[in-house]
Write a protein that binds this ligand. Structure first.
Ligand code: PLP
Length: 480
């Protein structure tokens, strides 16, 4: 394809994208295909000779789209939002065209510098302590864009592990590192995302999963008791992962209690995962939810969830960047450059060497909407969640199962878990709405999340209509 053809096809693609997004409501939100559907439609071998573009695009509509779950659909209320907006798509287009691999400052200075600046912008906007900002006076911290929140948690755990082993080696110089590793203990709540468990598996450390309180909140005394017990048993607490806005029910761990507990244990790394909720702290009225972050060593949030930015864009800030990078530095000659001492080389901040120019899309989004526009977007989603909550509360057949602080409402029919499983599976099978379940305080609940970029009151109205229609028919069947 040459540039003349790209111009033409590019314009067609922009048109296709606009139509796709505008006409989403006409599609089923979830596909009705069976596993393996695509292998019957696509040849087993790649074509020997290039094919016409028209044929490829025709196959997109007839073969690919029938198997797509439409995350941008106004009837998609599952998981958390998958951020999207035209400025973000344009940012990714430009990033793909520039095609740089920004592993070091020298590998593409703008790629590195824009990332540092934009992370300072966002860090300030959500109210992180100045120590987390790269350009604050005397700061040792800074931010980085990772591929996912899972990666943010993993790299922090790896850094904490390296710190802990280093400290133990000083106390016991003759000890084998493998033996010391066996003594390390990480902590999180039962409500933490499964990525913490995965990080512990990869890091080969023990993880103690603690019981939260009835509000699904991890409390300081629970953590303190666990850490003291472990220390008395000869183990070494080294990492605590907390969550602001848990996946199941958007609950918040009590950082104001947990922070001081961590301070009692030398060199415990306190991480705060705000993958979804963290974005909302750009609203001043929500900043109290961030209270206690002053105790944290690291914090992550995903603009690719709830800040109009498309995947991937997961932001991590650390209070001390040397503590992070010292666990991850390898420095072959071919990657070194003349400014290594005075610049940031993001290859030391994560697992992959190669990195896309992801800051571009975040920069485009922040400039196009402004902080004010982003606040309005968040507030609008919360307003819609509250509107959905009000409908649930008005219907005595249902109950609300979480404190609705942001865009997620957990609800269920009063009755058995089986009844609610039936309700959800019937709704999802209808293709009219998509939601997923979770367990909250040992009960099966249904999660309704406001996710669409341009979500409207009428979408909430529609969702509630579908839910009550299916529920009435289920309850009618049971009683009849
Ligand atoms: N942490 C929380 C609180 C989440 O809700 C999620 C995913 O929804 C994750 C971590 C994992 O995110 P990622 O897919 O970016 O790894």
């Amino acid at each position: 394809m040459d540039s003349a053809q790209f111009r033409e096809r590019g314009q067609e693609m922009v048109e296709y994208i606009c139509r796709y997004l505008e006409e989403l409501p006409e599609r089923r939100v979830v596909p009705s295909v069976e596993p393996g559907y695509l292998k019957h439609l696509i040849p087993k071998e790649a074509p020997e000779k290039g094919e016409p573009w028209e044929d490829i695009m025709a196959d997109v509509e007839t073969k690919i789209m029938p198997g797509v779950t439409h995350w941008q659909h106004p009837r998609f209320h599952a998981y958390f939002p998958s951020g999207n907006s035209y400025p973000s798509i344009l940012g990714d287009m430009l990033s793909d065209a520039i095609g740089c691999i920004g592993f070091s400052w020298a590998a593409s200075p703008a790629c590195t510098e824009l990332e540092t600046i934009v992370l300072d912008w966002l860090g300030k906007a959500i109210g992180l302590p100045v120590d987390f900002l790269a350009f604050a006076e005397g700061s040792k911290g800074g931010g980085v864009i990772q591929t996912s929140a899972s990666e943010c948690v993993l790299v922090c755990m790896l850094a904490a592990r390296a710190q802990a082993i280093k400290r133990l080696k000083l106390q016991e110089p003759g000890a084998e590192e493998g033996v010391l590793l066996g003594r390390l203990m990480a902590y999180c709540s039962k409500e933490a995302h499964s990525c913490v468990e995965k990080a512990a598996m990869i890091s080969f450390v023990k993880l103690r999963i603690l019981e939260p309180d009835q509000r699904c909140c991890l409390r300081g005394p629970t953590l303190r008791q666990a850490m003291e017990e472990d220390e008395a048993a000869g183990l070494v607490p080294f990492f605590v992962s907390t969550t602001l806005g848990t996946t199941s029910c958007c609950s918040f761990d009590n950082l104001m209690e947990i922070g001081p507990v961590c301070r009692r244990f030398p060199s415990v790394w306190l991480h705060v995962d705000g993958a979804y909720a963290g974005n909302s702290f750009i609203c001043p009225e929500l900043k109290p939810l961030l209270d206690g972050v002053q105790y944290a060593d690291s914090f992550n949030t995903n603009p690719n969830k709830w800040l109009l930015t498309s995947f991937d864009c997961s932001c991590l800030w650390v209070r001390d960047r040397l503590r992070l990078t010292s666990a991850l530095v390898v420095d072959p000659l071919y990657l070194q450059h003349g400014y290594s001492e005075s610049t940031i080389d993001y290859r030391h901040w994560g697992v992959p060497l190669s990195r896309r120019f992801r800051a571009l899309k975040l920069w485009f989004v922040m400039r196009t909407y402004g902080i004010d526009g982003l606040r309005q977007y968040i507030r609008h989603h919360i307003k819609l969640a509250k509107s959905f909550e009000a409908r649930v509360l008005k219907d005595p057949r249902f109950e609300v199962c979480n404190e609705v602080k942001l865009g997620l409402v957990c609800f269920r029919l009063r009755g058995t878990d089986q009844l609610n499983m039936k309700l959800l599976s019937s709704i999802n099978a209808s293709g009219r709405l998509h939601m997923v379940p979770a367990t909250v305080v040992d009960k099966y609940i249904i999660r309704f999340c406001v996710t669409a970029q341009n979500a409207k009151e009428e979408d909430v109205e529609h969702a509630w209509q579908v839910i009550t229609e299916v529920a009435s028919s289920l309850l009618g069947e049971m009683n009849g």
